[in-house]
Design a protein around this ligand. Sequence first.
Ligand SMILES: Nc1ncnc2c1ncn2[C@@H]1O[C@H](COP(=O)(O)OP(=O)(O)OP(=O)(O)O)[C@@H](O)[C@H]1O
Length: 249
Amino acid sequence: MVQVRDVRQAPPRDVVELTGVTKVHPGGVRALDGVSVGFARGSFTAVMGPSGSGKSTLLHCAAGLDRPTSGRVVLAGQDVATLREPKLTAVRRAHVGFVFQSFNLVDSLSVWDNVLLPQRLAGTRPDRGWARELLARVGLAGREKARPGQLSGGQQQRVALARALAGRPEVIFGDEPTGALDLTTGRDVLALLRSFVDELGATIVMVTHDPAAAAWADRAVFLADGRIAGELSSPSAEQVSARMMELTR
Ligand SMILES: Nc1ncnc2c1ncn2[C@@H]1O[C@H](COP(=O)(O)OP(=O)(O)OP(=O)(O)O)[C@@H](O)[C@H]1O
């Protein structure tokens, strides 16, 4: 019998979907081994796992920064695993926002120009009203003219958060976004990420080593030896720590 899906009960569409993704790095390291995982629109996912388990490789493949050896990566409706440059860069610029551990702001540009830079690179007209709203939301209204070097680490990361969302991307990837921040500042950044999801409908995928950071997510996905090793929904820091202990045993 042909199954017809009832669209009224359709689950939220995955913004990013990896199917059977394997990545063998130069030198023969199999960093990902048949990974299948999806990230639903409007969700916040933490990707966790022991050192060397493939978290960064997963993030890079999911974001179209790296190409898998085999498998499919559908991002915003396109299989980025097979796209060639410059189309791949164009898709990434149009649909993906990034937040890194080391902020990655351009020191020679003002806060304002940093926030608008991805849209300018993508060749789209920056939405200045939205950028202003985002800077206010992250607590930096009035600091548009400052240079990154004049700001604290927490403030720089908040500029990066506004930048990540300024182009209204389909998904924001975070690579240890709180890794360089102290506890309180890191918590502020996580609260902002949470509010982006809850209040603005953003989709966030964040690699982290920190169980307390993962507890801000709707879901924690675990990797071990390049494979999915389970997940937790609405995880607590204690549950995440316990799972990590099992994986590193
Ligand atoms: N560019 C590369 N060339 C060769 N090997 C690589 C490359 N990048 C990653 N690897 C290897 O792939 C495996 C997975 O690395 P990856 O950085 O994805 O793991 P990770 O879980 O993010 O680690 P960590 O938590 O230490 O950052 C490791 O064995 C690593 O040494």
